[in-house]
Design a protein around this ligand. Structure first.
Ligand SMILES: NC(=O)c1ccc[n+]([C@@H]2O[C@H](COP(=O)([O-])OP(=O)(O)OC[C@H]3O[C@@H](n4cnc5c(N)ncnc54)[C@H](OP(=O)(O)O)[C@@H]3O)[C@@H](O)[C@H]2O)c1
Length: 336
């Protein structure tokens, strides 16, 4: 059986970083399905969802057959093409994001991925930069593109994390006036990405700061999920026709309660404003094509917190789990 270098997660309890291992004899190289391509992967970037679904203990053991290779964001050369794939050939450089909770994820040298989940990498762009636009680029695009019109006022809660750095840039490209939140340490980063106004959430409660601005916003994108009542008080800063898009939420009882509470409040119109949980499932290929074009034109830049070598994956997750990353955490898988 062909093998490759890759990370395995096996456990039903404990932290992600404590349960990751890189078998010295390698792990099996995955086979592709008819609608997939096999990518020789150069880089990946970490996402909170990677560890959130693997740290659910008993539930994780029901959802996954051990061992699992985590990781969603992929960039590399196509080395094999499924029989139903017509739009890629071996040697093409592609980037994209796997569907959630893969068995054969991106923390490996070779990754099977549906052909409609990737786009071509424009000449001259680098894998470490492309993966910074994976899941977070797709999610921020889905949170903004259907709703933003030029001149709209958009509030992005959490501008300096992985989702925030993409959301600020996409909202500006779409013509919005962008207000975002961050701690004092990240005000300059948010401004450098194009934010017109940055509110320091540590100086006063963010809901109070927003209320003081009046009901001026057309759209709120909440990447943080905190404070937990932000949606319920959004009638104090969102226009009556404004929408509240939820992106970040904990996978925990509190997060579940917040999700259900917001949904019911919205359905019964108690919330007075529309509440939508972001849905990034539509036309992933088109979204990645657009994001790549914007990067090629210099309108999006990769905002990278830190880059780790392939042997340092547990350390990379430790950094992500601090909740303090300024932009993306990239893992360099192998040289081109
Ligand atoms: N629904 C989806 O499809 C989807 C997709 C991607 C991500 N997500 C979720 O979105 C959430 C955010 O992901 P991420 O990748 O952006 O996380 P991240 O990179 O870990 O975010 C860290 C950043 O958040 C900032 N932050 C922390 N608390 C904040 C607050 N109260 N207000 C404003 N900023 C705050 C931190 O800045 P300071 O250090 O300055 O505090 C730091 O820069 C996660 O829950 C993730 O699971 C959902």
């Amino acid at each position: 059986m062909a093998t490759m270098q890759g990370w395995h997660f096996r456990a039903s309890s404990g932290s992600m970083e404590a349960n990751l291992s890189q078998p010295t004899s390698g792990i099996p190289t995955p086979k592709i399905k008819d609608d997939e391509i096999l990518v020789r992967n150069f880089s990946t970037a970490l996402n909170a969802i990677d560890y959130k679904v693997l740290e659910l203990g008993f539930i994780t053991s029901l959802l996954f057959r051990s061992p699992v290779t985590p990781g969603l964001d992929v960039c590399g050369h196509v080395v094999e093409v499924g029989s139903k794939v017509t739009n890629y050939k071996t040697g093409d450089m592609v980037y994209g994001a796997l569907p959630p909770a893969p068995t054969h994820g991106a923390l490996a040298q070779f990754v099977p991925i549906p052909a409609d989940a990737v786009a071509l990498v424009p000449k001259g762009l680098q894998p470490d930069d492309m993966v910074s636009m994976g899941v977070v680029g797709l999610t921020s695009y889905a949170a903004l593109k259907p709703y933003v019109k030029p001149g709209h006022k958009v509030f992005i809660n959490g501008g300096s994390g992985g989702t925030g750095v993409m959301a600020i840039q996409i909202a500006k490209i779409l013509g919005a006036e962008v207000t975002t939140s961050s701690s004092n340490a990240n005000l300059e980063l948010c401004k450098s990405l194009g934010a017109d106004t940055v509110l320091d959430y540590t100086s006063a409660p963010i809901a109070t700061q927003l209320k003081d601005l009046g009901t001026v916003f057309d759209l709120v994108v909440d990447n943080v999920g905190a404070p937990a009542n932000l949606y319920r008080v959004s009638n104090t800063f969102l226009q009556p026709q404004g929408k509240f898009i939820q992106v970040g939420l904990g996978i925990s009882f509190a997060g579940f309660r917040q999700f259900i509470g917001n949904k019911i409040t919205s359905l019964l119109a108690w919330g007075k404003r529309e509440w939508i949980f972001v849905d990034a499932s539509a036309d992933q290929h088109a979204a990645f094509e657009q994001l790549a074009a914007w990067m090629k034109e210099g309108r999006i830049r990769a905002a990278v917190d830190s880059t780790f070598e392939f042997g340092e994956v547990p350390k990379a997750y430790e950094r992500l789990k601090t909740g303090r990353a300024k932009g993306r955490i990239v893992v360099h898988v192998q040289d081109q």
